[in-house]
Design a protein around this ligand. Structure first.
Ligand code: SAH
Length: 359
């Protein structure tokens, strides 16, 4: 007799791992392909519906395994069509996932951790602190649930958390996103965003071919030390070095640099000039992100004219630059607004204020 806790959650298994498990059970490897298709392509969690598996295998799966996803607590739609889910993981822990439709594209913004340890000064997830890593099942479970209801064409690891600090689970989940027996997304449509955990970026390059986005936000070490504190550990030179290598390795892909526009902080013409200098020689795209406010934030967003002037400046220097549209801010679904809290909003804002030293 097994308790539900003791059952294996099949969402934690890559297709190769499933094949290994099946081998132990005396099942041929192609059964893993079939099961993967049922679970991930068709969104089926009930073993009884998996009619091309033998009765004996289905009975065994019943006894030993489950397909368990996070529980949906809130499902909100923005006036602009952006949709945000709040998932409960276990007592006290929850995460947010955002779906952003735009024409034929449907981008899912997936979380990798509960909270975040990096404490970027302009990010509300950072202000919340770090709680724990998500399991593979909790990461791919966000895709599993969203794909049942929406046409997910792209995934960005840009929700709560620093994905490279939950390396194994994130890489396994991204492999599942790109697996033809699962979600079948091309490597151009799966993007990992990092604040700059340099050694893990090198590890990623060695094992995965996903697209890379880097949260740069500042063109010099003095300013970046202040607003993206991990820069004190891995400075700009090291960070941009690995970005250069990322392009010159076999994938030869441009790196996307994200740059949040903070009024009076990093948005001056001299910052644009410095940015042009440091990005020289790196095949890059630049995404300027208008700062999204949150309770207790110590910054405001640069005025639109200044953002556009900054963009013009970069474009004149030959840098492919866009201003990211703010989506879903009416439901706090915009970049940097995800906190995954559902209990008590007043307590939350007090905690954020305390965390950023406002109280
Ligand atoms: N930890 C990873 C993944 C998060 S991606 C990373 O830092 O890249 C979320 C993106 O939104 C990052 O570029 C982050 O710097 C940016 N961001 C955080 N807070 C923001 C805010 N308040 N307004 C706009 N962008 C923000």
């Amino acid at each position: 007799v097994s308790t539900p806790e003791a059952k294996l959650n099949l969402l934690n298994y890559s297709r190769a791992e499933l094949a290994t498990l099946f081998k132990e059970w005396g099942e041929p490897a192609f059964r893993a392909d079939q099961l993967f298709q049922w679970i991930h392509q068709r969104g089926i969690a009930d073993f009884d519906e998996m009619t091309n598996l033998s009765k004996a295998l289905r009975a065994r799966l019943h006894d030993l395994a489950t397909v368990t996803v996070p529980e949906i607590i809130v499902d909100q739609k923005s006036t602009d069509g952006t949709r945000k889910w709040l998932f409960r993981l276990d007592c006290g822990n929850s995460i947010e996932t955002v779906f952003i439709p735009e024409g034929k594209r449907g981008t899912l913004c997936v979380s990798s951790q509960v909270g975040c340890a990096l404490n970027c000064r302009f990010c509300s997830t950072g202000a919340q602190g770090f709680n724990r890593n998500l399991s593979t099942a909790e990461i791919i479970g966000q895709v599993w649930l969203a794909a049942r209801e929406e046409q997910v064409t792209n995934v960005v690891m840009m929700g709560m958390g620093e994905p490279l600090l939950n390396f194994d689970n994130v890489v396994r989940a991204m492999d599942m996103m790109m697996d033809d027996f699962a979600y079948g997304l091309s490597k151009r449509r799966v993007t990992l965003s990092t604040a700059g955990v340099v050694p893990k970026m090198r590890d990623l390059m060695a094992v995965s071919s996903v697209s890379l986005a880097v949260s740069l936000h500042a063109p010099n070490d003095a300013l970046r030390d202040e607003i993206v504190p991990i820069n004190k550990k891995y400075n700009l030179k090291e960070l941009l070095g690995v970005c250069r290598d990322y392009f010159s390795n076999e994938s030869r892909r441009k790196v996307t640099f994200e740059y949040v526009m903070l009024d009076g902080v990093n948005d001056q013409p001299k910052h644009a000039r410095e940015l042009i200098t440091v990005l020289q020689g790196i095949p890059a795209k630049v995404n300027l992100i208008p700062f999204n406010p949150f309770p207790g934030a110590r910054y405001t967003c640069s005025p639109m004219e200044r953002i556009n002037a900054f963009r013009e400046h970069l474009i004149k220097a030959g840098l492919n630059t866009i201003v990211r549209k703010t989506r879903g801010d009416d439901i706090s679904a915009a970049c940097g607004q995800l906190v995954g809290d559902f209990k008590d909003r007043t307590k939350r804002s007090a905690r954020i204020k305390a965390a950023v030293g406002m109280e």
